[in-house]
Design a protein around this ligand. Structure first.
Ligand code: AMP
Length: 389
């Protein structure tokens, strides 16, 4: 089955064409600066189409060249917020589009952009089935005591203020791959997964299901990230509000100027590690804060899952930064976690164990692949909803 995977942002459209049965990527690319009115692009990059429909026109030829005369079977979309409704990927209908739009207040930057992508495809290829896969869906299994904030109930019942969690597609995919690597049936897999990219979250997996995760109402909660603060005392916002900061100022500070960038002046883990190695005290402290906070979550989730059978690192930093993994592992001595320095230092794109044989639980690196997960889910939904195909 040939599936086009779309990750549609407000000003960007990322695409990948996959042959699901062969497990191969036939084409991929990114269109940027959509709707910014600059119409540029000369250097081979695709930038500046008027809207998402025009963006699709610009990549149409590339997609069809990749298909080599074969027809696309389905399109799968990454949709950020599925609220309380969506626990599974679904076939897109007009009713589903309206349901995604009703969740706009919970993800005002992302869900409208995801719908733009869905509508652009529906207009261009009205007969191709589309599937929406939600970043929140895997965390629909969180028990209520894990998703509740201890605030007046009406904030939940009237405004939907609760913990939702994100990165679900990645956590689910990585949990499955890790369980397979360890030869443990997915439904018996208890683990802690650390998805450490520019955005970062940890998930507590029990019996293959998510029972807790560090992101909450929005992707701001939890770990120290590239430019996001993660957890802090909410009174800081009240304090700053009284000092005249606007909601927009607070939003920018928490989401774009904090995290590694706020502490070390740089949101790229490679640069922070390098600077710390060269004696930059702020960079060293940023690594200490980030690794300490992650280690506390791992310890907490180890308890939450009743004793993890594995600790798994994934995403940009989790897959590539042996230095950061080592810093985190050093803080996990109480769990008996021990890395093998040689295995940890190896460069590989394959899922692998990086702990020593004396480690109390295996530590793994499992590269995430959200596009693959979306393509496979899309193929499964489309096959099951149209038996004639
Ligand atoms: P992602 O959001 O998953 O693409 O991850 C982005 C993050 O991964 C950035 O902070 C990068 O600095 C980090 N990253 C990517 N490659 C490396 C590397 N080789 N070493 C350390 N960090 C890396």
């Amino acid at each position: 089955m040939l599936v086009l995977v779309i990750n549609s942002g407000s000003s960007s459209l990322k695409y990948q064409v996959r042959d699901v049965d062969a497990g191969s990527v036939l084409a991929e690319g990114l269109v940027e600066e959509i709707g910014m009115g600059n119409g540029g692009g000369g250097d081979g990059r695709i930038v500046g189409p008027r809207d998402h429909a025009e963006a699709l026109e610009r990549v149409d030829a590339k997609i069809h060249a990749a298909l080599g005369g074969r027809a696309l079977d389905a399109v799968g979309h990454r949709v950020v917020h599925g609220g309380e409704r969506f626990a599974e990927p679904v076939l897109v209908t007009n009713e589903i589009i309206r349901a995604i739009e009703r969740l706009n207040p919970l993800a005002p930057l992302h869900n409208p952009a995801n719908v733009l992508g869905i509508r652009a495809i529906a207009k261009k290829w009205p007969d191709i089935p589309q599937v929406a896969m939600f970043d929140t869906a895997f965390h629909r299994t969180l028990p209520e005591y894990a998703w509740r904030y201890a605030v007046p109930d009406e904030l939940y019942s009237n405004h939907g203020i609760r913990r939702y969690g994100f990165h679900g597609t990645s956590h689910e995919y990585v949990a499955h791959r890790a369980a397979a690597l360890l030869d443990i049936p997915s439904e018996e897999f208890d683990a802690v997964i650390a998805h450490l990219g520019n955005g970062a979250s940890v998930a507590a997996i029990r019996g293959g299901q998510s029972i807790d995760t560090s992101m909450g109402f929005t992707p701001l909660e939890g770990l120290v990230m590239g430019t996001r603060s993660g957890d802090l005392d909410p009174s800081i916002l009240v304090f700053l509000g009284r000092a005249g900061w606007s909601p927009e100022d607070l939003d920018a500070m928490l989401n774009r100027q904090s995290g590694l960038k706020g502490l070390a002046g740089n949101n790229d883990m490679r640069s922070v590690v390098e600077a710390a190695g060269a004696g930059d005290a702020k960079a060293a402290m940023a690594l200490a804060v980030a690794s300490y906070r992650l280690a506390k979550y791992i310890g907490g989730y180890h308890v939450a899952v009743g004793g993890a059978k594995a600790l798994v690192f994934t995403a940009g930093i989790g897959e590539n930064s042996h230095q950061f993994r080592a810093l985190v592992a050093e803080r996990l001595g109480a769990l008996g976690v021990q890395l093998d320095a040689g295995l940890n230092g190896e460069r590989s794109r394959e899922p692998r164990v990086i702990s020593s044989t004396s480690s109390a639980i295996p530590v793994l690196v499992v590269p995430t692949d959200e596009e693959r997960a979306i393509a496979e889910a899309t193929a499964a939904v489309v096959s099951s909803s149209s038996p004639a195909r």
